[in-house]
Design a protein around this ligand. Sequence first.
Ligand code: PDD
Length: 276
Amino acid sequence: EKLIFNGEFIDRSASKVDVEDRGYQFGDGVYEVIRVYNGKLFTSQMHLDRLIDSAKKISLDVGYTAAELEILIQQLVTENQLTYGTVYMQFTRGAAPRNHAFPVDKIQSVFVAYTKVIPYGGEVKSGKQAITTEDIRWLRCDIKSLNLLGNILAKQQAVEKGCFEAIQHRGDTITEGSSSNISIVKDNVLITHPPANLILNGITRRVMLHLCQTNGISYREESFTISEMMNADEVIMTSTSAEITPITLIDGKVIGAGTPGPITNKLQQLFHQEIE
Ligand code: PDD
């Protein structure tokens, strides 16, 4: 299996990260996770655009166009004979003597991409459990930054309580999961936080909203409160790795009927038609 290191296809054991790489020291970089279904990259255009957008927001010059990156990662998928899995890719600002400020002289960003096999499981049939937790992250969650401490600590709380996801809130407002977007369904209307600085504008979320639009499912991009979520008919988490997953128990309280609801089931079905 190969990985891409600064544009070269090499063995993982041959890759070397400098101890003063700014990604390693400061989390000074951005990343993406792209799903591969049946050997094909799924929604890679949107992921690569978001990657370049995230980089721009932190003044990091990736040195590639989205089209160039697409060719490289497609080559990696082919080289590694990946049929079902993900491509992880990240850019850091590069290596320089440790200093918070950007290096004065321009340095080369460091680009890594590698693949991971995920056996194809189909839809998540059973409802998952989640907890709620205060969102302690910074105010630029729209950037897919390597700084994930807030997300990590939230997810770990969930895992320690035997749960699948931590649903974060700022005060009373639900923002998003530790590694997913959260939507609710109430009276047949899907409601999800609008894209803004407080959440990552998830691509699975965007695909889901498109499916709502083209299949006559009403939706609103509006924030909702903790109690609106707890009293919702359905709660849904979306992400590249979780796709569209029902959440049926939050903080020990049953959501709706306690089983995946009809809109969740419908959206899962439609989503799987998209990837076939
Ligand atoms: N998670 N919000 C956060 C904080 C995330 O980390 C992710 C992605 C999402 C969903 O975005 P998308 O649908 O574009 O994957 C929202 C990683 C990549 C994952 O779980 O796969």
